[in-house]
Write a new protein. Structure first.
Length: 558
């Protein structure tokens, strides 16, 4: 429960007013529905008895009929408001949780997230956070409304017959507390299994889609399909068990309702026979009980999914509370202006027992200079980029930017100074404009076209019927490989940074597209410090110095 309370407090920090308004409207809806049922039962019974009494009987039809209309209209309006406000509150809370999770997860990449599959991370961002909508929408708001309604209804019955109030309280204790807790206990294992299976299924599907070419090339598609089918089967089994428990909860509540109704009618009938209760009040009390019991059904369904929600909350919190590999120092200093950078006798390994990736490496790049670092895959080129971004700290030596040790400055300020383009920089499903604005959300139209021109993509975009509003599709499917890399370069150029850090920017491009990209890069990087990490060979005119990284050591390339 600690994990659920943690996320409930987290949601209430910013959205308490929305959550309280939703809970109040939920209560108002239940109250109006119960009052409508109760008043209608009394009205019909009293009117029937008045008719049987003969012509001399006096009965006021107008006030009760007005009350019926009032509660009927009020229930409709409050139901609409409840749906609107509670769902708006839930969507706002989920949006806040996604932002909170991203802020917690970003410092963990790649050191702490490297052991997770991309599909698993996506599952936590999507399905685990979505599972938390049960916490407020289906548990907290209905439970608070049901409790308040029960107390008011019991107090109302106590005015006529205290024993009726005791029956209502005891029955709602069973249906609204005991049954939901029993279902929650029984559903704990299947709810956890459902959450885990859903995450595994989503991860397996995403991994299969992203790695489809490699799976087909290595003949592993059948094995991936089998893993997907197994995850789907586990999810189906867990869902069937959850559905069975939901049916059990509904049956127990229905049984409790019937038992309470019989007991209430017996007590009310005795009171009528003794003259302590008028006959119309018997019908009123019975229908009041039925109206109050409408609030018990959602509680059992909410507790049915509580296991899934708790498991999702625990997974999210465990990842969010993971200690990052690097943190800002206690008293960070401001980063001076400039684009000079230097590696001073840097050594690095990915663990105390791991072999060194970089050994006693030194490199100096002056502001505005363009440098390329070549090397085979696994030679440590990407590690060099990660150390410059301070995703890890070296075990020995220092990395300097503008003459300042980057371990002494704020990471946010460091990342603002560097525009990073990796080999797997994503193109998002959206328009060209939306993808470009990720580089600089405040960039004006002219600046966007300037970046496209620097990246050699302006002529292509100008020919498109919708221009910057053209849809690029999922992962840039509507663009060629070269066009996608140029779009990513234009986005990097939009970032107002002194250093361009490019890690294998031509990955996946053919030789002609690679040459064209580097020819564009030479012009686009003018005036900025450029560090180009690549295994490509066609660098004529693009850079001023070329180094080769081999076995953790850096040497000038011939």
């Amino acid at each position: 429960m600690k994990d659920l309370l943690f996320f409930l407090r987290l949601a209430a920090r910013r959205r308490l007013s929305w959550m309280l308004a939703g809970a109040l409207l939920t209560f108002t809806t239940l109250l109006a529905g119960t009052a409508l049922l109760t008043l209608s039962g009394w009205f019909i019974s009293a009117a029937a008895l008045a008719g049987l009494a003969g012509a001399g009987a006096v009965f006021n039809f107008f006030v009760p009929s007005a009350g019926v209309r009032f509660f009927a209209i009020g229930r409709i309006l409050s139901r609409y408001g409840e749906r609107l406000v509670t769902h708006e509150a839930t969507l706002r809370v989920l949006a806040d949780l996604r932002v909170w999770f991203f802020r917690k997860a970003i410092p963990l990449a790649p050191a702490r997230l490297g052991g997770l599959r991309s599909g698993e991370v996506v599952a936590r961002v999507t399905s685990d956070i979505e599972a938390l909508d049960n916490l407020y929408l289906r548990a907290v708001a209905p439970a608070a409304a049901a409790l308040l309604l029960t107390l008011i209804a019991a107090g109302f019955l106590a005015l006529f017959e205290p024993r009726l109030a005791l029956v209502l309280l005891a029955a709602m204790g069973l249906a609204g507390v005991a049954v939901p807790l029993l279902i929650a206990r029984l559903a704990r294992r299947s709810g956890k299994a459902q959450a885990r299976a859903a995450a595994e299924l989503r991860g397996a599907a995403l991994d299969g889609l992203q790695g489809a070419p490699e799976l087909l090339a290595h003949g592993a598609s059948d094995r991936a399909a089998s893993a997907l089918e197994s995850a789907s089967l586990r999810l189906s089994v867990a869902q069937r068990r959850q559905a069975s428990l939901g049916g059990l909860g509904g049956a127990l509540i229905l049984f409790t309702t019937g038992l309470a109704l019989v007991l209430l009618l017996l007590i009310a009938a005795q009171a009528v026979a003794e003259g302590r209760l008028s006959p119309p009040l018997l019908a009123m009390a019975a229908l009041l009980l039925l109206g109050v019991f409408e609030a018990a059904g959602p509680l059992a369904r909410a507790c049915q999914s509580l296991g899934q929600t708790r498991f999702a909350a625990r997974r999210l919190r465990s990842l969010a509370e993971t200690e990052p590999a690097v943190r800002d120092c206690e008293s960070p200093q401001d980063l001076p202006p400039g684009g000079d950078l230097a590696f001073e006798r840097v050594s690095f390994a990915y663990g105390p027992d791991a072999p060194p990736v970089l050994h006693d490496l030194s490199l100096t790049v002056t502001e505005g200079e363009r440098v390329a670092i070549l090397g085979e895959s696994g030679s440590g080129k990407s590690t060099l980029a990660h150390l410059l971004l301070r995703l890890w700290d070296p075990q020995a030596g220092r990395v300097l930017l503008a003459g300042t040790d980057i371990s002494r400055v704020r990471q946010a300020e460091l990342h603002q100074r560097i525009a990073f383009l990796s080999q797997d920089t994503p193109i998002f499903s959206g328009s060209l404009r939306e993808n470009l604005l990720l580089g600089d959300p405040e960039a004006e139209e002219a600046r966007l076209w300037e970046a496209l021109d620097q990246a050699g993509l302006a002529d292509f975009v100008a020919q498109l019927p919708e221009g910057l509003e053209s849809w690029v599709g999922e992962t840039g499917v509507n663009l060629s490989g070269g066009q996608g890399r140029r779009l990513a370069l234009a986005r990097a150029l939009l970032k107002p940074s002194a250093i361009l850090l490019l890690d294998e920017p031509t990955q996946g491009l053919d030789a002609s597209a690679e040459r064209a990209f580097f020819a564009t890069l030479a012009q686009a990087a003018r005036g900025r410090t450029l560090v180009l990490i690549t295994h490509a060979q066609h660098l004529e005119g693009c850079v001023e110095r070329v180094y080769r990284l081999d076995k953790g050591r850096l040497q000038p390339a011939p």
